[in-house]
Ligand binder design. Structure first.
Ligand code: CO
Ligand code: CO
Length: 283
């Protein structure tokens, strides 16, 4: 019975100065690979699905897969809605059995973001589930309205006000990371992260970590990040492994064959990132 909410694991991470890895899964194989990695390293783990993933499967399907795998796992496993687009999506995921949700109102004006984030945080709190929200913008494909100006970064004082007025459990911040793989080396505003950490009480979340160097991730964790999201690099590991398998054996028929290869690749990537986050040995 290791299916849990994200509340304790993130507060433990905050107190222990490490970060929980949050890994996006698209299918059963990715869920199994992520949990196998967590068990091998004795790490608490968050599995998450975006709105796009929920259109590919359904919240009910992912919740059933993750719950049944988690209940047999030796480590705590949480299922989180990543970049929840609306109150309605949060309701649907909570009813389906998700144990953590995010409301991403970061594209909205400040007051509108507060309003919808508070609505979801209140709903989640009523049923004992933590709620993440986002202030400032993470670049890349999950945010096509991002500008080049400074306004993509999270303002520390606004972050403090936002966290206090919404009652959220954790806050995703914009410090220069981007979704997807980077073109060139990303420049992170780590001083801004420290300024946010100094005035915001809840655990802070880093999105867009695929393609950051281990050093960059470690620096963000040192400065107060308690949850780091990895999506693109897992999709890449999975797909390259399947492609490689077909190169070696173009006549393969059994999906279990290349599924196993893909799981091995995803598991290795998850383990490497867990070690960077410092959550290994914490479960
Ligand atoms: Co062991
Ligand atoms: Co994200």
């Amino acid at each position: 019975m290791a299916y849990v909410t994200s509340k304790k694991m993130l507060l433990d991470a905050q107190a222990g100065h490490y970060a929980v890895g949050a890994f996006n899964a698209e299918n059963m194989e990715m869920v199994k690979a992520i949990i196998r990695a967590a068990e091998e390293l004795h790490a608490p783990v968050m599995i998450q699905t975006t709105g796009g993933t929920l259109k590919y499967g359904t919240p009910e399907t992912y919740a059933a897969i993750v719950k049944s795998e988690a209940e047999r796992a030796s480590v705590p496993v949480c299922l989180h809605l990543d970049h929840g687009p609306s109150y309605e999506t949060a309701v649907r995921c909570i009813v389906a059995g998700y144990s953590s949700v995010m409301m991403d109102g970061s594209k909205l004006p400040f007051e509108d973001n507060i309003k919808v984030s508070k609505q979801v945080a209140d709903l989640a709190a009523a049923v004992g589930i933590p709620c993440e929200a986002e202030l400032g913008k993470v670049g890349g494909k999950e945010d096509d309205t991002v500008s080049d100006g400074k306004d993509i970064y999270t303002d520390p004082q606004e972050a403090k006000e936002f966290a206090e007025r919404t009652g959220i459990s954790s806050l995703a911040v914009g410090i220069g990371t981007s979704h997807g793989f980077y073109k060139g080396t990303p420049v992170l505003d780590v001083n801004r992260l420290s300024e946010i950490r100094a005035v915001v009480e809840v655990p802070l979340v880093l999105h867009g970590a695929s393609g950051l160097t281990d050093e960059q991730v470690r620096e963000c964790v040192t400065r107060g990040i308690c949850k780091v999201n990895f999506a693109t690099e897992l999709r890449n590991a999975y797909s390259r492994a399947v492609a490689d398998y077909f190169k070696k054996d173009p006549d393969v028929v059994d999906p279990k064959k290349y599924g196993e290869a893909a799981m091995e690749a995803v598991k290795a990537q998850v383990e490497a990132r867990m070690k960077v986050c410092g959550c290994d040995g914490k479960a």
